[in-house]
Design a binder for this molecule. Structure first.
Ligand code: ADP
Length: 605
C-alpha cells in the first residue's frame, strides 16, 4: 500500500499538485481582491448616492428654521402681538408648505408654546424638550441639527433648530422636525444595505429594520447616559447589532478600512457630509464569496484540463522516448547480429578456403598415393622386368663380343647378322620400357579419349606375362576383334587391367590349376569386360568394402589398387563391380562406354 502511494507521488504528480495549489491560492487571492474592489466600488457608489439623497432631502429644510426665526409674526408672540393660536396656525401653514413633519416653538425653558401639530392628540404643545441637545444648543445661540426618535410622536426625525432673538436676546427656539420615515424608502438600494448612523454610531435609518437603534460598536457609559438623558431613541440602553456581535470590535472611530474588514460584511461609509450622521453601505460577503468560489471552481476545472493535456502529452512523449530507445536497442542488436554474421561469414569463408586447400592437398596426396601404389606394383614386378631386360642385355653383350671376334676374323657377313639381331633385341628392350611408362603417368580425368580394347589387353598381359609364366598361370582369353574402340584413355585402361590381373595372380598362389580369364561382350552403348580367376576369392561379407581405399588382406598390401581403378573407370562414366565366382575365385566386371561418336579421334599419350 505504502509502495503504491510512493509510486503515485512521482515528481510529475508532486510538481502538478504544488503548482495547482500555488495557482489556486493565487487565483483565490486575486479573485477575492477583485471582488472586494468591485464590491467596494459598488458600495462606495451606493453609499455616496444614498448620502446625496439624504443630504438633498435635509438640505430642503436646512434654511427653514433660520428664515422662520426672523419672521415678525413668530417673534410677535414674545411681544404679545401674536396669540398662541395664531402662531399654531402659522406654524401649521408653514409645515404644510415646506412638507416638514412638525414645526414648533419653545420658550426659553424648552416648553413648546406653539406647534404645527397643535390639533394632533400627540401635540407637542406643552411638552418640554429641554433635554434635547437641539434645544440646549439653540438656546445658547447655535443653530443645531439632531437625529432622534420623537419623544412624544415616536416618529424618527431630523431636528433643525434656531434661536429666536428679540432685541438681541434669545427668547426661545424654533425647531423644524423632518420625518425620516419616507426617506428610508428612498435609501432602499438593490442588493445593498444602507444604514445611517448618528455620531455615536447608532443606526437610526436602515434597510434592515432589526438593526434600528443598535450600534455598530459598543458605546461608552457616558455615551449611553447621554443617549438616555436626551431620550434620543426612547431606550435606556443601546446594544450592538446582533449580526456584528461575533465580529472583531472596531475602535471609537469608524474608518472605512476597519469597517471593510468586518468579516461577513463589506462595509463602505460614504464621505461624511454632516457631523450629525454618516451613511454606510453594506453588503453581505456571501454573494461575493460565491463568486470567488465560482472562480475557484473554474480555475480547478481549467487546471484539471491543462493537467490532463499535460499528462497525455507526457504519456505520448514517454511512449515516443520508449519507442526511440527500443529502436536504438533494435538497431544495436541488428548491428551486433550483422557484425556476428559478417564474422561468421568470414569464418565460413576461411573454413571453405581451408576446406578447398585440404581438398587440393587431399587430391595431391591421393595422386601421390596412386603414384606410390604404382611404384609398389612396379617393385613387385621388377623381378620379372629384370628378367625380361637382363636376358636381351646379356644376349646383346654376347652378340657384341662375338661380332668383335668375327670382325677380327673378317667375317663381315656374320657381323651383319649379329647387328641385325642386336637391333631386334634393342627394340624389344625399348618395348618393355615403353610398357612400364603406364606406372609413371598421373591419373587425370580427361574427355574424348579412345582406347583400342584389343591393344590395351595385349599390353597389360604383355607386362604381366613374365609373372604369369613364373606362377604357371593359364590365361584364358576370348579373342578380341581389333576394331572395338572404347571411350577411355588407353594408358589408364591398361593400368586398371594390370591391377586386376596382378590381383588375380596374387589370389592364385598355391592353387592346383591357376587360371585367369578375360571375356568380353558388347551391349547397346558399352563394352563389358569380365576378368575372372579361380583363386581364393573373398567372403561375401568383405565385398562391400572391397573398393574402399586402404582395404587390403595382404600383409604388405596398400589397399589402393581397386579404389584407384574404380575412380578411373567412373571418371569415364563406366562402372566396376566385383562378385564371387562359383565354385571359387572372383569376377571383376568393367563396363565402359563405346567410343562411337568420335571413332576417328584417338588419344595420344
Ligand atoms: P592390394 O592389392 O594392395 O591389397 P587392392 O586394392 O588391389 O590392394 O586389393 C584389395 C584387396 O582385394 C586385396 O588385398 C584382396 O584381398 C582383394 N582382392 C583383389 N582382387 C582379388 C581377387 N582376384 N581374388 C581375391 N581377392 C582379391
Amino acid at each position: 500500500m505504502a509502495n503504491k502511494i510512493s509510486r503515485f507521488f512521482t515528481p510529475f504528480v508532486i510538481a502538478s499538485l504544488s503548482l495547482g495549489a500555488a495557482g489556486f491560492a493565487a487565483t483565490h487571492l486575486l479573485a477575492e481582491q477583485y471582488q472586494q474592489r468591485l464590491v467596494g466600488e459598488q458600495l462606495q457608489e451606493a453609499a455616496n448616492k444614498a448620502n446625496l439623497q439624504l443630504d438633498s432631502e435635509i438640505a430642503k429644510f436646512k434654511q427653514v428654521p433660520a428664515i422662520l426665526s426672523h419672521d415678525p409674526r413668530t417673534l410677535g408672540y414674545f411681544s404679545e402681538q401674536t396669540s398662541a393660536q395664531q402662531l399654531n396656525l402659522l406654524l401649521e401653514e408653514w409645515a404644510n408648505q415646506s412638507l416638514a413633519d412638525t414645526i414648533y416653538i419653545h420658550d426659553d425653558s424648552g416648553t413648546v408654546i406653539a406647534s404645527s401639530n397643535y390639533q394632533d392628540p400627540k401635540t407637542f404643545v406643552g411638552e418640554n424638550f429641554a433635554f434635547r441637545p437641539y434645544f440646549s444648543q439653540a438656546i445658547n445661540g447655535l443653530s443645531s441639527q439632531y437625529v432622534g426618535l420623537g419623544a412624544r410622536s415616536n416618529v424618527r426625525g431630523y431636528f433643525l433648530s434656531s434661536p429666536l432673538y428679540v432685541k438681541q436676546e434669545i427668547v426661545g427656539v424654533l425647531t423644524v422636525k423632518v420625518s425620516l420615515e419616507n426617506i428610508e424608502e428612498i435609501l432602499t438600494s438593490d442588493g445593498f444595505d444602507i444604514v445611517v448612523l448618528d455620531n455615536n454610531q447608532v443606526v437610526f435609518l436602515s434597510s434592515q429594520p432589526h438593526w434600528l437603534y443598535h450600534s455598530l460598536q459598543p458605546l461608552t457609559l457616558i455615551q449611553q447616559q447621554q443617549i438616555a438623558e436626551q431620550r434620543q431613541y426612547g431606550l435606556d440602553k443601546i446594544t450592538l447589532i446582533d449580526d456584528f456581535l461575533d465580529l472583531p470590535q472596531a475602535d471609537n472611530a469608524l474608518p472605512s478600512e476597519k469597517l471593510s474588514r468586518m468579516g461577513a460584511f463589506n462595509i463602505y461609509p460614504a464621505a461624511a457630509s454632516s457631523q450629525q450622521y454618516q451613511v454606510v453601505a453594506l453588503k453581505g460577503r456571501d454573494t461575493e464569496m460565491k463568486k470567488v468560489m465560482q472562480i475557484d471552481v473554474i480555475f480547478l476545472v481549467i487546471y484539471s484540463l491543462v493537467l490532463l493535456i499535460a499528462w497525455s502529452w507526457r504519456q505520448t512523449y514517454k511512449a515516443k522516448v520508449a519507442l526511440t530507445t527500443l529502436n536504438h536497442k533494435l538497431e544495436e542488436t541488428v548491428n551486433k547480429r550483422t557484425l556476428y554474421l559478417q564474422q561468421s561469414n568470414q569464418q565460413l569463408q576461411q573454413t571453405i578456403h581451408q576446406y578447398q586447400e585440404s581438398q587440393s592437398k587431399l587430391k595431391q596426396t591421393e595422386q601421390e598415393l596412386t603414384q606410390t601404389a604404382k611404384l609398389a606394383v612396379l617393385g613387385e614386378l621388377s623381378a620379372s622386368i629384370n628378367h625380361e631386360i637382363n636376358q636381351p642385355l646379356a644376349a646383346l653383350r654376347t652378340y657384341s663380343e662375338n661380332s668383335l671376334k668375327l670382325l677380327e676374323m673378317g667375317r663381315h657377313d656374320m657381323v651383319k647378322g649379329n647387328l641385325e639381331k642386336m637391333l631386334a633385341l634393342n627394340l624389344s628392350i625399348t618395348d618393355i620400357i615403353a610398357r612400364l611408362k603406364v606406372f609413371t603417368r598421373k591419373v587425370t580425368k580427361q574427355e574424348n579419349h579412345t582406347a583400342n580394347l584389343h591393344q590395351a589387353v595385349n599390353n597389360a598381359t604383355g607386362i604381366l606375362s613374365a609373372l604369369l609364366i613364373k606362377h604357371g598361370i593359364t590365361l584364358r582369353m576370348t579373342p578380341i576383334s581389333d576394331d572395338i574402340q572404347i571411350a577411355i584413355h588407353p594408358t589408364e585402361l591398361e593400368q586398371v587391367l594390370v591391377n586386376l590381373i596382378h590381383n588375380a595372380a596374387q589370389a592364385l598362389h598355391q592353387q592346383p590349376s591357376p587360371q585367369i580369364g578375360l571375356d568380353w561382350r558388347l551391349e547397346s552403348e558399352a563394352c563389358v569386360l569380365d576378368i575372372w580367376d579361380n583363386g581364393v576369392g573373398l567372403p561375401e561379407s568383405k565385398l562391400p568394402q572391397l573398393f574402399d581405399p586402404f582395404f587390403t588382406t595382404k600383409p604388405e598390401g596398400l589397399g589402393l589398387g581397386l579404389s584407384i581403378s574404380k575412380r578411373i573407370i567412373e571418371a569415364y562414366h563406366g562402372t566396376i563391380t566385383a562378385t564371387r565366382r562359383e565354385p571359387c575365385g572372383m569376377v571383376f566386371s568393367l563396363r565402359i562406354p563405346l567410343h562411337n561418336a568420335c571413332n576417328n579421334t584417338s588419344s595420344t599419350d
